[in-house]
Design a protein around this ligand. Structure first.
Ligand SMILES: Nc1ncnc2c1ncn2[C@@H]1O[C@H](COP(=O)(O)OP(=O)(O)OP(=O)(O)O)[C@@H](O)[C@H]1O
Length: 357
């Protein structure tokens, strides 16, 4: 019996996308199916290039098709088309499929480090990524990304700097170094709006926003100016930090920003003999996520390479991509991308693949 499109699609309709809990055919993920005798080839279009289950999906699809009588060879090309959460992005309707705020209850917990590395990890996976440094009190993103100036204006628009595949904009480019940044409400609001309306971001799969620490005017302004797909809270394992982070979560709730999860930074320091020292205590991130009933995305170890990467403008995902903290950050970026895909799907279940433009 010859192998037909119907038989192949029927086999693939038994393969489930494990996060979305629907099969590949229903999700319209199977494209460009070709059959030549016993040879079957097709493309699987994932909902994010940072899909943590990419290998599993490919393996299960291959197995399902190989089980069809008469199939001798299966060629699968893996591709991705990031889903949008479907929210219009502010006055300018920016072509940004997902916007994610990275926040913390207070300063110094590694919020900027996490935002920078999440952006780089998503870009390394193949996504189109922007990074907005909205930390108006301490704009450190340019230093951590190793950039000290913007390209010239074009067509009256600010052009974002681009490094490590990430488009980046920061208030740090607008003010003389070392000058204290004192913001009043209306000025703050207009600066944030300018970042969104006067910057030529272009099409983005993910815009990562490094929020100022704390819970105040800037956060409110941002959430009002740009509907967010969700927010991530960074905390240390210690209890004081967890209490601050809980305030950050309350802020997201008040602003109607869906909480994507909690990230625990500097969870332990691993010594050369393998011993782990819990410098800032233990388990705060998980405790917070249980108490507040929000997802726990994972932990990042403390590592001198992370600090050095920030100081040298070369994020650890670039300087030491195989190190333990780089692996942890990559996995966090994948968890985040997967959650965004699930949320986008739940918001618009009838839109299988959502393309901007
Ligand atoms: N996992 C880590 N291991 C080692 N050092 C880290 C780690 N995460 C962050 N750091 C370092 O801790 C310091 C604070 O980090 P960062 O500036 O990212 O924090 P922040 O929460 O954004 O602070 P602020 O809100 O004050 O800007 C930096 O020197 C950074 O390099």
């Amino acid at each position: 019996m010859p192998v037909t499109t119907e038989v192949v699609m029927a086999a693939l309709s038994k393969v489930e996308e494990p996060e979305l809990h629907k099969d590949l055919v229903t999700l319209n993920m199977v494209q460009d199916l070709k059959i030549e005798g016993g040879k079957v080839s097709f493309e699987i279009v994932l909902t994010t290039p940072a899909c943590p289950l990419r290998t599993r999906i490919e393996k299960e699809a291959r197995q399902a098709v190989l089980e069809i009588a008469g199939v001798s060879d299966v060629e699968i090309r893996m591709n991705a088309d990031v889903r949008s959460d479907g929210k219009p992005r502010g006055l300018m309707n920016l072509p940004v499929k997902n916007a994610v705020a990275v926040a913390s209850g207070k300063g110094g917990v590694g919020k900027t480090t996490v935002a920078v590395n999440l952006a780089v990890a998503l870009a390394q996976s193949g996504a189109k990524v922007g990074l907005l440094d909205a930390d108006i009190y301490g704009p450190n993103v340019p230093t951590m990304m190793g950039v000290d100036h913007l390209p010239p204006f074009n067509d009256g628009k600010l052009i974002p700097a681009e490094t490590y595949g990430v488009k980046m904009m920061s208030i740090g480019f607008m003010v003389p170094p070392g000058k204290p940044l004192i913001w009043r409400g209306p000025m703050l609001h207009s600066a944030i709006r300018q970042f969104l309306s006067d910057v030529a971001w272009g099409e983005l799969d993910y815009l990562i926003i490094d929020m100022p620490p704390g819970t105040g005017d800037a956060q409110l302004s941002l959430a009002q100016s740009l509907p967010l797909s969700g927010g991530v809270i960074v905390t240390l394992p210690q209890m004081v930090s967890v209490e601050d982070a809980a305030r950050g979560l309350a802020m997201f709730n008040e602003l109607n920003v869906p909480v994507l999860g909690v990230i625990e930074n500097m969870s332990y320091l691993e010594l050369p003999d393998g011993t782990r020292v819990e410098v800032f205590g233990k388990g705060g991130g998980e405790l917070l996520s249980k108490k507040e009933n929000v997802p726990f995305l994972g932990t990042i170890p403390m590592d001198p390479g992370v600090r050095a990467g920030g100081d040298e403008g070369k994020p650890i995902l670039v300087s030491q991509p195989q190190s333990a903290p780089a692996k942890a950050l990559r996995s966090l970026a994948e968890q985040l991308a997967a959650r965004l895909s699930v949320n986008a799907f739940e918001n618009q279940p009838d839109v299988s693949i959502n393309i901007i433009g």
